[in-house]
Design a protein. Structure first.
Length: 367
């Protein structure tokens, strides 16, 4: 990779050398999800000097991959290659959001029903290549041979390996939809990385959340946790299904009807509250990143002034805003239109605006 170097550093306690790969042009795009981040990933992927990593930490959400405890190459590869239980279940049950790319491949080795789809294959690898299975095999052969080291060093080595495979670009940009809450872990693991906070006006973002399967699951999971007397949905297990009513219990099983999620009445202000809480918490966490290493990007401003904002984004990432890239990106953004919330009934819009107000106030202060 163009900006990657290899440093041999002595490790006195183990009396051996450890290879560490260092990449200085690493940027994370973070946000609430449903804020235009998928479109931004597609635009970034067009840039010839950028390695675009898509939905990495949604695919591999395990805390260990951003922790300090060393992992062997095989252990690290285990996190990447094991099927993500949640996404695999969604695919098996036909609840497949547009971000899941692997199942669209005309020829594919893995199947959610039989083998399970490796975590890194669902969204990350198909964003980079039309032949994710071959890339998966190449990575498996290399990553499993890597030495024991910090997870951050494994990630940086992985970015360097992918960069070498795709033309040695100058920069790496990772974008995960609902990632703003993990900023502290990312910043701790990659203290030199830059952060772009992509945000969208709360009411429109909340409406988009209400139309997305994964985001509709969030208030339902909280309802299940509350019903079972748990502090967080992360504590839910299949055994808790026995304590739940029949319209919720199947969601903790291996097979369920997606209509249980799509057809459930969820007040629109529940998504406004979800957006507000995510924004307020996320902005506090972003404050822990030095000001010179972070910037904010409004989705609405990106649509209104695409060339200006794309040039600013490219300069922040550390690459040239090539004319061809600008033209292709602007054409890609042309279909984006704000204002979905304005089409709601008056009473729904009023409650939505009220639920979004804490987040909107926090954004106004933070900009």
């Amino acid at each position: 990779m163009g900006t990657a170097t290899r440093e041999a550093t002595s490790c006195p306690s183990e009396k051996r050398e450890e290879v560490r790969v260092v990449n200085q042009k690493l940027t994370f795009v973070v946000g609430t999800g449903r804020c235009g981040s998928t479109a931004l990933s597609q635009i970034i992927n067009i840039h010839p000097d950028v390695l675009s990593i898509n939905e990495l930490f949604a695919s591999i959400p395990d805390a260990e991959v951003l922790d300090e405890a060393p992992l062997s190459g095989s252990e690290f590869w285990g996190f990447l290659s094991r099927p993500n239980v949640v996404t695999n279940s969604m695919i098996k049950n036909g609840a497949i959001p547009p971000e899941f790319l692997y199942h669209r491949m005309p020829k594919r080795r893995f199947d959610a029903e039989t083998t399970g789809i490796p975590a890194i294959s669902v969204m990350v690898l198909p964003h980079l290549t039309d032949d994710p299975d071959t890339l998966f095999d190449e990575l498996a052969a290399e990553v499993t041979t890597w030495p024991t080291r910090r997870p951050a060093d494994h990630w940086t080595a992985l970015f360097a390996t992918l960069g070498a495979r795709f033309g040695n670009p100058e920069a790496v940009v990772e974008r995960t939809g609902l990632s703003i809450g993990r900023v502290p872990e990312m910043h701790r693991a990659f203290p030199e990385a830059r952060f772009v906070h992509l945000y969208r006006q709360g009411p429109d973002c909340a409406v988009s959340m209400s139309r997305h399967f994964s985001f509709r699951m969030i208030p339902m999971l909280w309802e299940m946790a509350t019903h079972c007397g748990l502090e967080t949905p992360r504590q839910l297990t299949p055994q808790h299904a026995a304590q739940l009513p029949p319209d919720l219990a199947p969601l903790l099983s291996d097979a369920y009807d997606p209509a249980l999620v799509w057809d459930r009445p969820i007040p629109i202000d529940a998504f406004g509250t979800l957006w507000s809480e995510t924004i307020v918490d996320g902005l506090k966490k972003l404050d822990g990143v030095p000001a010179e290493q972070r910037t904010a990007l409004s989705y609405e401003t990106l649509l209104e002034e695409p060339e200006k904002e794309l040039i600013r984004l490219a300069e922040f990432i550390g690459v040239e805003p090539h004319r061809d890239w600008l033209d292709a990106s602007i054409a890609h953004l042309d279909g984006g239109r704000p204002g979905a919330a304005s089409k709601l009934a008056e009473d729904e819009l009023t409650s939505l605006l009220e639920s979004c107000s804490p987040g909107m106030r926090a954004l106004a202060v933070h900009q």
